[in-house]
Design a binder for this molecule. Structure first.
Ligand code: UDP
Length: 461
């Protein structure tokens, strides 16, 4: 994927923050809670800070590194981090909070000349800018690859440097929501890890499968582009740890994944595996999050979709739900996915897809059956793009509730799924997840890192 696609600056859920209701107050006011908590943390955590400082000095010959960032009222300050790669790099930021330069909750610190404005009660823009913070929703989502979920605190969002949610009342540590944000951030960081210093290759090779390291926007762009073309079906697959475990023991499925035109990284498991290899994944490009974005793009570009899969009536219900959400969406057809034992029905469905004018076919029969089906009938399909989407229609028809965003933010959607269908899924997750990580770790030991020189170059550029 060579074309550069701008990240959406108009996120789907922009505006979900409540309107500002309380009066404007100067920046720095209300920081006393943050200061007190930070001072207490510095005193209580002094042995930890001292140990981390010593490790930094032993590793690098320096204790801290610093960057100049924009504070309120056109002021700048030095934001310090511990040198070296050991955990706890950002602990010195507690000192900035103790001094009142930084808060626990607030937009990501940016280099000058960025300023962020608060809003006065009257609605006009205050002249004072808001205090940056250690934790914010955008950073949280960066750890688990969900930055495409947007939010008004996105550093590139127009709202980030204009009136946004960063009013004193929103920054207050005493808000339950903010405490929850801190807890989720710590959990997500533990699972998803820091990604800033890692290589971001264009592709990651895991257990014999080449996975495109695309952002959500790039993946949607690739599919829409291919759907507009006139080549034979281009096949798009999503892989999660369960898929890669299957590919290890199912040679036919592994061949399908190797020959697919686009393989995307679905879920936190691939992210952790890449991290074990020292790489960073751009986004968690799972089918369930990509789907509404693809519908929005298809509606905009006039690309008709065909929904094939799940039990009778479920694909149609999902199609209806999406046309309600995107009235311009063109649904070329919908059919259940139980075709395996009925060649006549299968031929009729293929004829229906081909004559429907669909430019994107979504096949939701579960992995690896859907990929096997697509491979078997590929020559008979004239639709430009086919995407294997697993149990997607069950979610969008409302048959199975999707995990709430906060669960996905901490990388725990698989626990949610396990709780819904423990009998069917325990083997996939409870045995499959550790087995997958062990296989990735062993592959690294045997083969070393599979990043190519070209990838390393493009990642470093
Ligand atoms: N399914 C289907 N045809 C079949 C077998 C299954 O359409 O012959 C559907 C099933 O109804 C469900 C989906 O495939 O909607 C499988 O969901 P699952 O969550 O197992 O798929 P995954 O996302 O894990 O691949």
């Amino acid at each position: 994927m060579s074309s550069v696609v701008p990240q959406s600056i108009y996120p789907l859920n922009a505006g979900r923050y409540p309107p500002l209701r309380t009066g404007w107050s100067p920046p720095g006011e209300g920081t006393h809670v943050d200061k007190t908590v930070a001072r207490a943390a510095v005193v209580l955590g002094a042995p930890l800070l001292g140990t981390r400082a010593a490790i930094a000095y032993l590793q690098t010959g320096r204790v801290t590194d610093s960057v100049t960032v924009a504070g309120p009222d056109d002021q700048t300050f030095e934001l310090r981090t511990f040198s070296g790669t050991a955990p706890g790099t950002r602990l010195p930021q507690l000192l900035s909070v103790a001094k009142g330069e930084l808060r626990f909750i607030g937009p990501e610190p940016l280099p000058p000349p960025h300023r962020r404005f608060t809003r006065r009660a009257s609605g006009d823009h205050g002249h004072a800018s808001v205090v940056p913070g250690i934790f914010c929703t955008h950073r949280l989502r960066a750890h688990t690859g969900l930055t495409f979920e947007g939010g008004a605190d996105h550093p590139q969002s127009p709202t980030a440097r204009e009136p946004g949610p960063w009013h004193e009342s929103h920054q207050s540590l005493l808000r339950g929501k903010n405490v929850a944000l801190i807890v989720r951030s710590v959990l997500a960081r533990t699972l998803g890890g820091r990604h800033d210093s890692r290589l971001i290759p264009d592709e990651v090779h895991l257990l014999g499968v080449r996975i495109r390291n695309a952002s959500m926007a790039e993946a949607v762009h690739w599919i829409a582009d291919a759907a507009d073309g006139h080549h034979g079906p281009q096949v798009v697959c999503f892989v999660n740890p369960s898929c890669l475990n299957t590919a290890v023991v199912d040679a036919a499925y592994q061949t399908i994944l190797r020959e697919a035109d686009l393989v995307l990284a679905d879920g936190i498991g691939i992210r952790i595996a890449a991290r074990l290899r020292g790489f960073a994944m751009r986004d968690n490009v799972n089918g369930t999050d990509l789907f509404p974005r693809l519908c929005r793009r298809s509606a905009r570009d006039g690309l008709p979709l065909y929904f094939l899969g799940a039990a009778d009536g479920v694909a149609r219900a999902a199609a209806d739900a999406m046309t309600q959400r995107y009235p311009q969406l063109l649904v070329a057809g919908a059919h259940h996915g139980y075709l395996a034992d009925d060649p006549e029905l299968e031929s009729a469905v293929i004829a229906d897809i081909n004559s429907s004018g669909a430019q994107i076919l979504l096949v939701g029969m579960g992995t690896p059956d859907q990929e096997a089906w697509v491979t078997r009938v590929r020559e008979r399909l004239t639709v430009p793009v086919v995407i294997g989407v697993g149990g997607l229609f069950d979610f969008y028809s409302g048959r199975i509730p999707r995990a709430p965003l906060w669960v996905r933010e901490i990388g725990m959607e698989w626990v949610w799924r396990l709780a819904q269908e423990p009998g069917r899924l325990w083997r996939r997750y409870v045995i499959g997840n550790p087995l997958f990580l062990w296989r990735v770790w062993r592959e690294r030991k045997v083969n070393g890192d599979t990043i190519t020189a070209h990838q390393a170059h493009s990642a470093a550029a």
